[in-house]
Design a protein around this ligand. Sequence first.
Ligand code: PEP
Ligand code: MG
Length: 944
Amino acid sequence: MVQQTRQTYDEHQPIEAKAPKKYVYLFQEGNGKDRKLLGGKGAGLCEMTQIGLPVPPGFVITTQTCLEYFDNGFKFPQGLPNQVRQAMAEIERAMSLGFGNPEKPLLVSVRSGAAISMPGMMDTVLNLGINDSTVQGLISRSGNERFGWDSYRRFISLFGNIVLNISDEQFHLAMERLKEERKVTQDTELTSQNMQELVNIFKQIIIDKTGKPIPQDPYEQLFMAIEAVFASWNGKRAQDYRREFKISSKIANGTAANVQTMVFGNMGANSATGVAFTRDPSTGENILFGDYLDNAQGEDIVAGIRTPKPISEMRQTMPDMYRELLKVRETLEHHFKEAQDMEFTIEEGKLCMLQTRNAKMNAAANMKTSVDMVNEELITKEEALLRLDASQLTQLMYCQIDPNNTVVPVAVGLGASPGAASGEVVFDADEAERQAKAGKKVILLREQTKPEDIHGFFAAQGILTSVGGKTSHAAVVARGMGKPCVSGAGDIKISHVENVAYVGGNRIVQGTVVTIDGTSGKVWLGEIPMVEPEISENMNKILKWADEFRKLGVRTNADTPLDAEKALMFGAEGVGLCRTERMFNAADRIGLFQDMILADNPEERLAALRRLLPLQKDDFKEILRVMQGFPVTIRLLDPPLHEFLPSEEAVERQIETLQKYQEALSNVSKLPQVLRDIDPSLQSVLVEDDNMLSNLAEVQSSELKKKMDTLQKIRTLREVNPMLGHRGVRLGITYPEIYEMQVEAILLAAGELIKETVPVKVEIMIPQVCTSQELKRVYGLIRRVERRVKDRLGITIPYTVGTMIEVVRACMRAGRLAELAEFFSFGTNDLTQATFSFSREDAENKFLPFYNEHKILQDNPFEILDVKGVGRLMAITVEWGRKTRPDLKIGICGEHGGEPSSIEFCHRINLDYVSCSPYRVPVARLAAAQASIKEKKGMIKPFQ
Ligand code: PEP
Ligand code: MG
C-alpha cells in the first residue's frame, strides 16, 4: 500500500549528464540468470521471451530500484520515470497501440516478483491505462461492450484496494448489492449496462474514501501502481512469510516490478486463463497438470473464486491450444532442466505465457521428478541430487492414514498437499494462531484461503477448504510448507458468519476434531489412526545415488535398539551417539539409580551399581546386536546427578505430608492403650490394632527419614549452574565407580556378543572433557576394567576411546587431546552454548526469537551451525587434532548433524561423519552428497 506522500511524475525531467544507471530491462534484454536483480518472475519472462515463447511484451524494473526507492525515503531514483517511459514506448511500438490512446489503447499489468517466489505475498495491479476515454477504444476494438466495462470496474476495484488501500469488501458488497437489485446470482449475468453502473459506483467509493477521483492519467496510474508493488515488499504478509521461510536479504532483497502488456482471458468462449505445471506437483507424474477457467481473467484461479476445470479438459475444448501448451512445456523443461509452474492466458485463440518458475513440489513428487529426469536423460545424477531440497525430505517422514482404517470419510476433496493430520477445527487464521499458542492441534477450515491467512497456515497441522483447485492459494502455500492440505471439499458447507459447517448431516463447530488426508483428499470426523512412513522406491534410488557421491559418513543418535533399528532402515552407518543416561531414566531402573546416588558410602553405592550393571549390559548388547558390526559410540554418563532425583519441591511436599500425619499417628497409636486403661475388659482385644499402628508408625518414620535424607542429598547436589557444573567427565572422575560400571557393561556386552560370533565395533566416548589429564584418568580406569573383563571372558575385546568436543578449552587443546583420543565427536549443542555463553535451555524461549526477528543474529545457532564462531573453533580443532594424529576420526553428534547447511559445513572442514536422529538420516545422506557435488562443481570450497 502507498502510505507515503506521493511524488509527482514530471514529464520533463532533466536529462542526466552521465550514462544513467539502468533500472529497467525490456524482456528481450534482461539476463534471465540474474534472478537477484530481476526477481524470479522478471527473469522467467526474459528467458521465455529470449527462447521464442509467446510472451506479451513488457519490461522489468529491478529489485535494486525497489531498494533505492526505500533508501530515498519512498521516492523513485532519478532517471527511473524516463526509463519507464522509454520502455513503454517500445511496447507501444511492438503492439502498435498507445498508452492512453483513446482509439488504440494499450493496457498493462504491474506485478511484483522477488528473487525467491513468495506466492500471493505481494501485490499485482491489472488493466492499467484504462480510463473514461480509453475504455471506449477498448470497446470498439474488441467489439465487446461488456468486456470494456468489466475491465474498467476490475481496474477500479483492484487499484482502489492495492494502491489506495480501500478494503476489497467495499467493492464486493457494492457488487453484491447490485446483483440483488438486478435479481441475478452470478457475476456473468450482469449486463454491460450493469458493469457500467458498477464503474460509477466504484468511482464514487474511491471519492468517498480518498476525497479524490481515480486517476485518469495512465502514467499516474502506472507510477502509483509501481510504488504500491514496491511497498508490498515490506507489507506484513511478505515480512511474515520471509521470517517463516528464513528468506534473508542475502537470498532476496526487494521486489522487482514487472510491467507487461495486458492480455485478456475474458474475451469470450475462445479465451481462457490458467495455471499449469509441467509435471504433477503432488505426484511428480510426467504429465501436463493444472487448472484453467474459460472466459476468465487474471487472479480468478489462484484466488479460488470459481472452481476451475482440470487442464486435461482443454484437449477437447481447445485442442489447438492444448497442443501448443504441450510444446511450450517441452521447450521450458529442456531449457530450464527443471519442472516449471507456468501461468498463461488465451486471448481469442492466441496463447500468451505470463509466467514461468521452478515448480514447487512436495518431496515425493520432487524425488520422482529427479529420478524420471535422469531416466529421460534430461539431467545427470548429480543435477538430480542438487535440485532437491534436503530438508524437504523430512516431509516424507510424515504420518499416513493407517491402510487398515475402515472409517468412512464424510467428504472427499482434492489431495492438494500430502500427509495426514488430525486436529480441532478452527474457522479463521487468527483463531488458529490463538489455539496453537495454547498448545492445541488445529485444522484450519475455510471456504477458501487468502494470502493474509498465512499465519494460520503456520499454526495449523493441516488446511481444509471447501472451494478451490490444486493450484488455489491454500494448495500452493500448504505444499510449499509441506503441510497436509485438502482443497475443494465441496460437500462441506461453511458459514463463516456463524463459524459452523455442515457435512452429511453432521455439524462441525470450533473444536470438532477432524482428520484430513492430503494425499487422497479424504476428510473424516474424529481422529483416525495413522502409520509411520516408509522409504519409497524413488527415495531409495535417490539415496543410493547420494551414497555414491557423498564423502561424509552418516550415523545416528540412538539410545534404544528400536531407534537404532529405524535408523539402520533409513541408511545409518553406525551410532554416533548413544546417550546412556536415557537408559537410567527407564521405569525399571530409575529407583536403582537413585539408590546409587543416595548411597551413604562407596560400599552402598557399589551394591546399587552392581544391580544396575546387568541391565546396562543388556541394553548395550541389544544396540550392538542391531547395528551388526557398524560402529556404536557409547557415551559415558553426562548429566549432573540431581537430574535423576525428584525435584526439591516435590520432596518437601512429601515431607510436609508425612510430618502432618506423624502427630496424628502418634496420637492414634496411643488409642488402644488408652481404651484398655479405661475399660480393663478390653485387655485382650485391640492387640492387633496396636501392632498395626506401631507398624504404620515405623513405616512412616523410616519413610520420613528416607525423604529427609533425599532432600539433604538433593540440596547437596544442587548447583547454581548445573550445565557448567558437576557433570560429564568431572562426575566420572569424582565418582569413578559409575564409569567403571558403565565400561564394564560395555565391554561385557561386546565380549559376550563376540563369543556369539556377532560382529561388534565399540567406541567409548567421554563427555565434557577440557584437559588431557581428565582423559588420562579415565583411560586408566578403562584399562583396569578391560583387564578384569578380559580375565573373566578369556578374550580380548577390541574397542576405541575418544572424546566429545563440546567445551571451548577442548578445542584449544585439540592437539594434546588427540595424543590419547582415537576419535573426536563435536557436541555442538554444548559447544554452541559454551561459545555464545547462551544457555541452551533458556535462550530459545527468551531472547533468541527477538534476536532473530531484529537480525541481531541471522539464525538460531542451536538449529543452524554458527559457522563464523562455533564453526571456526571446529575448523581449528580439526586442524590441530589431525596434526597430532593424522588418522583421527572426527564426527559431529550435536543437533546440527541433521541440518543441511551445517552438514555442508562439516563437509567443508573434512569431518568423517555426521550423526543425527533416525528421521533425519535420509536428509543427512542427501545433504552430504550435495556438499560433495557442490565442491566438485566449484560451488563451495574447503573452509579456510
Ligand atoms: C552436544 O552437546 O552437542 C551433545 C550431543 O550432547 P548433549 O546434547 O547430550 O549434551
Ligand atoms: Mg553435550
